[in-house]
Design a protein around this ligand. Structure first.
Ligand code: GLY
Length: 373
C-alpha cells in the first residue's frame, strides 16, 4: 500500500478531494472521519459490490471507530429508477440520517448516481462520499456531481447537480471487475485522451494492454490523469453551460445505440462510448475537420484492446440510419431543436458544435449499417 494521490476539484466552498490509490477501503475510516459530526455512516451499495467488498469497507470504517449501516440494492441499470430512489430515500430516513450526516455511495455509476441524488434531496441535501468501484465510475461518474435516475422518457432525465464531499478511488477493487466491465470503463479513459490530451492517448496506445492485464501502477496513472482532466473541466463549467459538454464525446451516438439496444447487456455504456468516439472521429474526418489518419488511429487502438468499434460489433438488430437519427434527436444535448455534436480537429482537440449537416450524419450511419450486412 502506498500513499494515495490527491487531486482537488476546485469549486469554492463546494471543493473536494479525489484520493486515488491502493488500500483505500482499509483506510476509508480515517479518510472519511474528518467529515463526520458523529461516527456513523449510511452506505448504499449493490449486491455484486456488497458480496465482494462490503466487509472490507465495514472493517476500514470500524478501524476509525465508525459504525456503518448498509442498503444493498439489485445490481444493474434498472436500479436507477423512481422505485429504488424512493426506497433509498425512505431507508435513509428510517436510519435517521440527519442533515449533518454523510451518505456513502459504494458501487459503480448506477449506485453513485442514485445515492447521490437521494443525498441531494434528503432533508434538502446531505453530504455524500463517492467510493467508486468500477473503472467507469472512477474516471467519470463519481467526479463532478451529476446525480440522477432514468425515467420512462429517457436516461438521466431526472436528477440534480450535487457535488460529493470526497471521492475515494481504490485501484485494488478494479481487480475484481470482469474483463468486459474493465474494457467498458476503458472506453471512458480513452475518451479523455481523444478530447483533450494527445500525449495521454499516445501513452494509452502503449500502456493499454498493461492496464487491461492488471498493472496497478499503470491503472493508478490512468485514473489519475482522467480525474485531473475531469476535475479541471468541472471546475471551469460545473453545470455544463459550455466546455463540460466535451466530456460527452461519443455520447450522442452512444445514447442512441443504448436506446436501440434497450439499455441491455448487448451494449454497455462504456462500449457505446467507444463506438461513439470512433463515429465522432469518422464524422469529423468526413467534414474535413481532421485527417483520415485520426479516426483510423482511434479505431486501431480500440481494436487492439479487443473492444467494440463498429456497429457490426453490436449483436442483434439495430434500427436503420433514419431510426438511429430519430433516437439521437431525443438526446439531452438538443438545444432549440438542434443537435449538438462533439467533433475533433485531431486527437486531443475536441470542440462542441451544432453546425453539422443532417445528411452527413445520415450517410455516416447508413454506411455503418451497410457494413453490418
Ligand atoms: N459524464 C459527463 C459529465 O460528468 O459531465
Amino acid at each position: 500500500m502506498s500513499d494515495p494521490r490527491t487531486l482537488r476539484v476546485d469549486l469554492g466552498e463546494r471543493s473536494y478531494d479525489i484520493r486515488i490509490g491502493t488500500g483505500l477501503l482499509a483506510r476509508a475510516g480515517e479518510e472519511i472521519a474528518p467529515l463526520l459530526k458523529r461516527p456513523r455512516v449510511a452506505v448504499v451499495t449493490d449486491e455484486n459490490v456488497a458480496a465482494l467488498h462490503l466487509d472490507a469497507l465495514r472493517e476500514g470504517l470500524a478501524a476509525a471507530g465508525i459504525e456503518m449501516v448498509a442498503l444493498t440494492l439489485p445490481a444493474g441499470e434498472a436500479t436507477k429508477s423512481w422505485l429504488h430512489f424512493t426506497r433509498t430515500v425512505e431507508w435513509l430516513l428510517e436510519q435517521k440520517v440527519e442533515r449533518r450526516d454523510v451518505v456513502v455511495a459504494f458501487g459503480g455509476g448506477v449506485i453513485g448516481d442514485l445515492a447521490g441524488f437521494a443525498a441531494a434531496v434528503l432533508r434538502r441535501g446531505v453530504r455524500f462520499v463517492q467510493i467508486p468501484t468500477s473503472l467507469l465510475a472512477q474516471v467519470d461518474s463519481s467526479v463532478g456531481g451529476k446525480t440522477g435516475i432514468n425515467v420512462a422518457a429517457g436516461k438521466n432525465l431526472v436528477g440534480a447537480f450535487h457535488q460529493p464531499s470526497l471521492v475515494l478511488a481504490d485501484i485494488d477493487v478494479l481487480g475484481t471487475l470482469t474483463p468486459r466491465d474493465f474494457l467498458a470503463g476503458y472506453g471512458e479513459v480513452v475518451k479523455y485522451g481523444l478530447l483533450g490530451d494527445e500525449a495521454f492517448f499516445d501513452w494509452l496506445e502503449e500502456m493499454g494492454p498493461k492496464l487491461a492485464s492488471g498493472d496497478v501502477e499503470a491503472r493508478t496513472a490512468a485514473v489519475t490523469r482522467a480525474c485531473e482532466m475531469k476535475a479541471e473541466i468541472v471546475a471551469r463549467d460545473e453545470t455544463e453551460q459550455g466546455d463540460r459538454a466535451l466530456l460527452n464525446l461519443g455520447h450522442t451516438f452512444c445514447h442512441a445505440l443504448e436506446a436501440a439496444t434497450g439499455y441491455s447487456d448487448r451494449l454497455y455504456h462504456g462500449e457505446g462510448v467507444a463506438v461513439g468516439c470512433a463515429l465522432a472521429f469518422e464524422l469529423s474526418s468526413r467534414l474535413g475537420l481532421c485527417a483520415q489518419e485520426a479516426p483510423s488511429r482511434v479505431r486501431a487502438h480500440l481494436r487492439d484492446m479487443g473492444m467494440k468499434v463498429d456497429l457490426a460489433d453490436i449483436p442483434g438488430d439495430l434500427p436503420d440510419a433514419e431510426g438511429l437519427l430519430a433516437l439521437m434527436a431525443q438526446d439531452k444535448k438538443v438545444v432549440d431543436g438542434q443537435l449538438r455534436f462533439i467533433l475533433a480537429r485531431g486527437i486531443g482537440q475536441a470542440f462542441v458544435t451544432a453546425d453539422v449537416p443532417r445528411e452527413t450524419v445520415f450517410k455516416l450511419l447508413d454506411d455503418a449499417m451497410l457494413a453490418r450486412r
